[in-house]
Ligand binder design. Sequence first.
Ligand SMILES: [Zn+2]
Length: 340
Amino acid sequence: MSKRLPTSTAGSLPKPSWLAQPETLWSPWKLQDEALIEGKQDALRVSLQEQQQAGIDIVSDGEQTRQHFVTTFIEHLSGVDFEKRKTVRIRNRYDASVPTVVGEISRHKPVFVEDARFLRQQTRQPIKWALPGPMTMIDTLYDDHYKSREKLAWEFAKALNQEAKELEAAGVDIIQFDEPAFNVFFDEVNDWGIAALERAIEGLKCETAVHICYGYGIKANTDWKKTLGSEWRQYEEVFPRLQKSNIDIVSLECQNSHVPIELIELLRGKKVMLGAIDVATNTIETPEEVAATLRKALQFVDADKLYPCTNCGMAPLSRSVARGKLSALSAGAEIVRKEL
Ligand SMILES: [Zn+2]
């Protein structure tokens, strides 16, 4: 990246109301068949244009073509029965009815490769594509086949690796794995979680990122955050091991969070996508607030490795709030760029 402090978003952006119910996760599509395919592509174009108008440097599809960041990927694999559901606890936080793993996991067809190719055709800017991480995937399923979280994660990592290689060939510059589960299951992260992630990026030449966060601004997450105390030190458990991993970039949450910013020091040497936009509030940050967060981070990360970003996805926000936040991110990064 030649430009300093290149901006990007952590993941999803709001969908237009003609495609899906706004401000809702898992929102059902409003179109069907051919009209849905066309509608998703149109939404991707709109989302891209909004990022470009806000001055975002590394752009994405805004996750316009998927319903959910984990489920949509799993739906394309064999070995999971979506009719056979069980209630399980997600990330030790809330109960959800989830599909069951009933047989061997395999990926017979590409999941997002066509969408990524379409995005590549629309822009010459660097593009980033998000995939779920293996540990977060296993945490949204009931496993009646492998009966081992580690084994199942390993199978998902293999499927993710196949997808990632095809995304790279389609022209994706950065492939990001979303692993909010890394903030919950520390022992497993260090035992096999990071190894599974490294299996997912094996052989890739494009840049790779892992996004670890405290989740969307939905109630289950904000309630959980209230139990974490005044200092959120979860990252402390996994950053030292991530620093030694093959992952190029670590994406984390910072703005309005209780994460002690000096924990970033544990990643020294890695690129850091720093969340300078809170996605759990409708209040739009001022550029000066964004700049202040970035300046603080610069004490712990070299300027050529700092990537200003949002805390998490913005799918649950209104489009106007999301647009405002994108512009603030851009303007805040520009303030600090001039100071470097
Ligand atoms: Zn997130």
